[in-house]
Design a binder for this molecule. Structure first.
Ligand code: PEP
Ligand code: MG
Length: 586
């Protein structure tokens, strides 16, 4: 028996057999294969190369038709390299004599080739290195894609173990086959963790070395409450965790009793509780947990779970379906937040040096206008079917917002010309996720109908701590006085202009922050649906004056430790049970 401690990101305890997955882009593990698997591995390599060749040929022909013969020649180089026997035969040799997996053989051969090109005297050849990297990615993603299919063939439910998962891998998981997740990398608010919570799959991330000490078939316990992962547990250990599973079931059942009760403080102040969703079908979970609508619909998951760009019609259908499922309750739809970690493997064509500071979210949309306009059209068309608001992610300067609003007006004009109905009073708001936006909230407040504070990103950009990096996860906290200062600035600016302000980052789902947020003046919280009853319970145990006193006291502290200690004490006083489930460092 061996145990590791990671970061608990999705609650629940599971005991099962591990399935170790090595399908992660850029992480190419060496897997030993038995001698009798060599031919099948080479066949897999042929298939991957063949299908990349088909894709490239199609792309070449399309480029020639649309842009002419010269641009199409670039792809001739790609095709020529892939067809060259001197590229492929060393890969075969490596598999045959080294008994390694095809992914490893491919990665090593392309690395060698890139090194050769880099070392060439001519600048023209040196530039070809990027083409080599592109080819490497294309072939690898085919091979890794096949590994994913192997996951689909898992017949019994398993606990998935991986170095890292992409949000799209997590999002496309079959809930009946994946009992739990444990990964080496990741942080509490990384998008994979968010999706695991949405799918209610118990998960622990940031376990560092897990994949090197476990094998497929080993028994494993994943405790999504404490972050503990036990490998090859003994009888005693299994008994203890079975008991914990039962206790948790009782606790969850007690929360169910809160579903139909009002979300009001003791003095009668209403706090609106909404759900964060990634897929239309999650509306049922939001309503089932007593949510009053959707405060954040992460539409980019439509891309992440598809192998093609969603068309206007496909998007329209998803948005309309979501609105209809809500039966008159409000829906806040967020435009695509693609980029950073939210790419499909196919779309990670050009790696950025600092993807979280790069072309993501609204920046990505404004650089891809046809795609953005298609989404805005689909959203506006769906707005005719219910109560909807639209919001834009990661706005960092006022020009981005103005350009986006102009685009939205263009789309409305087009719809007018085509006599297509839409909601003419649709409210447009923005997410506050970057310190520049929070500091300039006064200016932004004159331009939008509402703010939604995305603390997951706001924390990472304020504290310079990557939200998905387990090595700095101890520095990532919403209790940092700098983060609280920014929230206060936004609330104050919003109040002056009578602009509504909500929180949709993960701190909204953590009971330790509830009193503080109410005390700071927040009246709308949007969160992973399963946490709605937990937060409601705290709301029903406090009064606003008390919360304001707590917020004032917190305002005098200069460290996150003091903030967390005070919040923990206050929560324990009003709702001892919720204090068990708090994370306290979202
Ligand atoms: C946030 O950043 O707080 C947020 C809600 O958006 P996401 O987690 O999707 O980046
Ligand atoms: Mg965000």
């Amino acid at each position: 028996m061996e145990s590791l401690t990671g970061i608990a990101v999705s609650s629940g305890v599971v005991i099962g057999r591990a399935h170790v997955l090595d399908a992660v882009e850029r992480y190419v593990p060496e897997r030993r294969i038995p001698e009798d698997a060599v031919e099948a591995e080479i066949e897999r390599l042929w298939e991957a190369i063949g299908s990349v060749l088909d894709e490239l040929t199609e792309l070449r022909n399309k480029t020639e038709q649309e842009l002419g013969a010269d641009p199409a020649k670039i792809l001739d180089f790609h095709i020529g390299v892939l067809q060259d026997p001197t590229l492929v035969s060393p890969m075969h040799d490596r598999i045959r004599t080294g008994l390694v997996n095809a992914e490893r053989a491919v990665a090593e051969r392309f690395e060698e080739l890139a090194r050769q090109f880099r070392g060439m005297g001519s600048a023209v050849f040196r530039q070809k290195v990027n083409d080599i990297i592109d080819l490497d990615r294309r072939v690898l993603s085919k091979l890794l894609g096949q590994s994913d299919n192997r996951l689909e063939q898992v017949s019994e439910p398993v606990v998935l173990v991986a170095h890292e998962l992409t949000p799209s891998q997590t999002a496309s998981m079959d809930r009946t086959k994946i009992l739990g997740i444990a990964t080496d990398a990741g942080g509490r608010t990384s998008h994979t963790s968010i999706v695991a919570r949405a799918l209610e799959i118990p998960a622990v991330v940031g376990c560092h070395e897990l994949t090197s000490v476990i094998q497929t078939g080993d028994q494993i316990i994943v405790d999504g409450e404490t972050g503990k992962v036990v490998i090859r547990p003994n009888e005693e250990e299994i008994k203890t965790y079975r008991k914990l599973q039962e206790e948790r079931l009782v606790r969850v059942a007690s929360y169910r009793e809160l579903v139909d009760l009002d979300s009001k403080t003791l003095d009668g102040t209403n706090i609106e509780l909404l759900g964060n969703i990634e897929f239309p079908d999650e509306v049922a979970t939001v309503l089932g947990n007593g949510g009053n609508g959707v405060g954040l619909y992460r539409t980019e998951f439509l891309w992440l779970t598809n192998d093609h760009s969603p068309t206007e019609e496909e998007q329209f259908e998803s948005y309309r379906r979501t609105i209809e499922l809500l039966e008159g309750r409000p829906l806040t739809i967020r435009t695509f937040d693609l980029g950073a970690d939210k790419y499909t493997q196919q779309r990670a064509e050009e790696p950025e040096r600092n993807p979280f500071l790069g072309c993501r979210s609204i920046r990505y949309c404004l650089q891809n206008l046809p795609m953005f306009k298609t989404q805005l059209r689909a959203i506006m068309r769906a707005s005719a079917f219910g109560t909807m608001k639209i919001m834009f992610p990661l706005v960092s300067n006022v020009m981005e917002l103005r350009q986006t609003k102009m685009l939205l007006r263009d789309v409305c004009e087009e719809l007018d010309e085509e006599s297509i109905p839409y909601d003419r009073d649709l409210e447009a708001g923005m997410m506050v996720e970057v310190p520049s936006a929070a500091l300039m909230a006064k200016v932004f407040a004159s331009e939008v109908s509402f703010f939604s504070i995305g603390t997951n990103d706001l924390i990472q950009y304020t504290l310079a701590v990557d939200r998905g990096n387990e090595r700095v996860a101890n520095l990532y906290t919403g209790a940092h006085p700098a983060v609280l200062q920014l929230i206060k600035t936004v609330v104050r600016a919003a109040r002056r202009k009578s602009v509504n302000v909500s929180i949709c980052g993960e701190i909204a789902a953590d009971p330790i922050y509830t009193m503080l947020l109410i005390g700071l003046g927040i009246r709308t919280l949007s969160m992973v649906p399963a946490q709605i009853p937990v937060i409601k319970r705290v709301i029903r145990s406090v009064d606003v004056e008390h919360c304001e006193r707590v917020a004032r006291k917190i305002g005098t502290f200069d460290s996150e430790r003091q903030v967390l200690n005070c919040l923990r004490d206050e929560l324990r006083k009003v709702d001892p049970e919720s204090s068990i489930t708090t994370n306290g460092d979202s």
